[in-house]
Write a protein that binds this ligand. Structure first.
Ligand code: HSE
Length: 306
């Protein structure tokens, strides 16, 4: 294989209660990338559309991941990468993770698939460090595995694929402001009171159980964040108004997508998710902030060839 084109999904990390430990992939929103082999043994970026991102190999998450993988496997070829971003970086929808996971998946294919999904996640985490300063696994593992994931342990890395109830859908509201993960991590608390931690990890257990048993009410009760959301929501204009409007119109749960500013809203069924899209559109219009909304099923497949 000399060339591969892939789709790398957008992802929602944290899912409120599972900070840095849970995430899911979207079905229909994500980036497209093309990787073409050449004889140079170098990794270059030949084109970036849809966003202003660095072209330098060691500054761009995708090319950095590709370069590490080719060196690690003593490959006798180089690649040229084309990136077509379909949504903005700094959105809270795992933009750098899509690039990193997309590169890890594509290079693995060009190498003849020597690496497991967990190994690919480890490579992609290096891209997260380039883009946002930390080797966070949530978004990249969801992009690689698809569906819902649990990062049960970082060392050694242990990613658990969690089943998704068939009717679970998500509405996303993306205010067109940029919030970098690095910046959003500066507000995180150093310590958490034990009582708060107990409430939070009990919710993670509830979410995982609810996903396994398709118990939508349990999912709704469990997707709550007592630790990070109260601090980060101040950086997201009208977060409380959106949450209130969605919950009072039948949404299951509302939270900050990753490090924000996007807001995710879970619903049972596509009809309800589309209805919630209308509701939050009404809430956000006339607020002087441009925004985009999306409705998606949970993406069961993750990064894939197109
Ligand atoms: N869990 C991360 C955060 C999201 O909320 O900072 C980016 O992976």
């Amino acid at each position: 294989m000399d060339k591969i084109k892939i789709f790398a999904p957008a992802t929602v990390a944290n899912v409120s209660c599972g900070f840095d430990a849970t995430a899911f992939a979207l079905e229909n929103l994500g980036d497209e990338m093309a990787f073409t082999k050449n004889t140079s043994k170098n990794v270059t970026i030949s084109k970036i559309e849809g966003a202003k991102l660095p072209f330098k190999t060691n500054k761009n998450a995708a090319s950095f991941v590709a370069d590490v993988m080719l060196k690690e496997s003593n490959a006798d070829f180089g690649v040229a990468i084309e990136i077509n971003k379909k949504y903005k970086p700094g959105s809270g929808l795992g933009s750098s993770a899509a690039s990193s996971a997309g590169a890890a998946f594509a290079i693995n294919e060009l190498l003849g698939s020597p690496y497991s999904k967990t190994e690919l996640t480890k490579f992609a985490m290096l891209g997260e460090e380039v883009a946002c300063g930390s080797q966070i696994a949530d978004n990249v593992s969801a992009a690689i595995f698809g569906g819902f994931v649990l990062v049960r342990c970082y060392d050694p890395l242990d990613i658990i694929a969690i089943p998704t109830p068939v009717d679970l859908c998500v509405t996303i509201l993306h205010p067109q402001i940029e919030l970098l993960t690095e910046e959003a991590r500066t507000v995180l608390p150093e310590k958490v009171p034990l009582k708060t931690a107990v409430a939070q990890w009990a919710n993670v257990g509830g979410l995982i159980s609810g996903l396994h048993t398709s118990d939508y009410d349990l999912i709704a009760r469990s997707v709550q964040d007592y630790i990070v959301e109260p601090l980060r929501k101040k950086m997201i204009p009208h977060f409380d108004a959106v949450k209130e409007a969605a919950l009072s119109n039948g949404a299951l749960a509302v939270g900050i997508s990753g490090s924000g500013p996007s807001i995710f809203i879970l619903s049972k069924g596509e009809l309800q998710a589309n209805y919630i899209e209308k509701i939050v559109n009404k809430t956000y219009q006339n607020k002087d902030i441009k925004f985009i909304t999306y409705v998606s099923k949970i993406g069961s497949e993750g990064v894939r060839k197109i």
